[in-house]
Structure formats: C-alpha cells, structure tokens
Design a protein around this ligand. Structure first.
Ligand SMILES: C[S@@+](CC[C@H](N)C(=O)[O-])C[C@H]1O[C@@H](n2cnc3c(N)ncnc32)[C@H](O)[C@@H]1O
Length: 209
C-alpha cells in the first residue's frame, strides 16, 4: 500500500521553474491536455504515442514517479509529452504557468485520492479555489473531465465544480470523443483495476462557458 503524500505540506510551497510550451513540446501549437495526479504517467504515455496531434502534460506530487517518467520520455524521444512535479494547484497558481494554462483545451482528474476522513477533505485535489483558478484562466470551451470509483468523492467534486457558474455539465451522449484528447477511450491504470474488480465508475464532463 502506497504512502499518501500530504499536498498541504510546506515541502510543496516552492515551485520549480516551469518550462515554456516551446521548451516542453516539439510543436507548442498543438491542443494541450493536462492530467492532474498522473502517477507514473502510463495513461499519458499510451495517449501521447497514439495521438500525435495533441500535447500532453502530467502533473504529479510524487517526485520519484515524475523523475522516472521524464527519463522514459527522453529515452523514447517522445516529443508531445511532459511531466511536472509538485502540488497541481501551486503549479497552476504560479504566474509562470499562466501562458501554459491559457493553451489548455482539456483537463482530467482521474481517480484522485479520496481522503476519506472529513478532517482531511482539504487535502483533496479539487477545491473551490482550484476550480476558481481554472475558471479564471481557462479559455471558453475548455473541458474538465472527472472520474472516480468513490461515490462520495464524485458527489463532492461534482458539487464543487457545479457551484462555479462558469462551468456547465456536458451530456456524455452528445459528446464527440473522437475530437477529444482521448479518442480511443484509453483507460488509466486505476481504471483498469476498477474494471477488473467490477467496481462502479462515476464520471462527468464540464465545459467552461
Ligand atoms: C489514486 S492515484 C490515480 C492515478 C491515475 N490518475 C490513475 O487514474 O491511475 C492519485 C494520484 O494523484 C496524485 N496527487 C494527489 N494529490 C495531488 C496534487 N495536489 N497534485 C498533484 N498530484 C496529486 C497522487 O500522488 C497519486 O499519484
């Protein structure tokens, strides 16, 4: 069982230098997708190799995973994938990231840590301040995808996003996945585990209006 990282620890207050898009990607003009809490990044490797017309940026708070993922990117010479280490909110709240986030077309929060105890809810990655930040920085039409196997966490995330009037739910029936960051509906590592174990999956898509 892995040790959870406390995202509110002072260790994550300092942000490393955020590279510019041109430093991160071969073609900085491509659509950019951001995956928050990407762990070892397997999902993003699968996506980046198949969808070369998108750029992918993963943010993860466990430094060792990010170092290993970055090494794999270099080794495999993948030009549309980058990983950043740190607390996602602190990274995106930094002025250095403003130009990156303005280019983001979509963001995924896949199976975030639930932090079941009420006194730990503030450690959950989706917080009203984070959604306000995204609502201020994202362009109109940008999408947020959430997915979890924990119903309480789903209700909490849904409530937090829906309370922000700049985001509206999209009906999945009307959604064209082929135009999204994940046209082949590739599964994340946790999602594969959840499917094998026949657990429920709760997901929703929001659009910035
Ligand atoms: C349960 S794992 C899910 C991993 C992956 N998204 C998947 O679906 O397989 C949640 C991940 O989010 C990371 N994480 C938690 N809080 C974070 C934060 N504030 N910023 C960045 N990463 C975070 C954790 O370290 C962990 O790797």
């Amino acid at each position: 069982m892995r040790q959870h990282v406390n995202p509110l620890s002072k260790n994550f207050n300092e942000i490393g230098k955020i590279p510019t898009l041109i430093e991160m990607f071969d073609d900085p003009k491509l659509n950019l997708h951001l995956d928050i809490g990407c762990a070892a990044g397997e999902f993003l490797f699968d996506l980046a190799l198949v969808n070369t017309s998108w750029n992918y940026l993963g943010i993860e708070i466990r430094e060792k995973l990010v170092k290993t993922a970055k090494f794999k990117v270099q080794e495999r010479e993948i030009k549309n994938l980058y990983f950043a280490f740190g607390n996602a909110y602190n990274i995106l709240n930094d002025v250095q990231s403003e130009f990156i986030i303005k280019n983001v077309k979509s963001i995924s929060f896949n199976f975030p840590d639930p932090w079941f105890k009420k006194r730990h809810f503030k450690r959950r990655v989706i917080q009203p301040e984070f959604i306000n930040l995204l609502s201020n920085l994202l362009q109109k039409g940008s999408l947020i995808f959430i997915k979890t196997d924990v119903k309480d966490l789903f209700d909490y995330m849904d409530c937090t996003i829906s309370r922000n009037f700049n985001f509206k739910t999209i009906d999945k029936k009307d959604f064209n996945y082929l135009e999204s960051f994940n046209p082949n509906k590739i599964k994340t590592t946790r999602e594969k585990y959840v499917i094998v174990n026949q657990l429920d999956i709760f997901d929703r898509i929001y659009i910035k209006i």
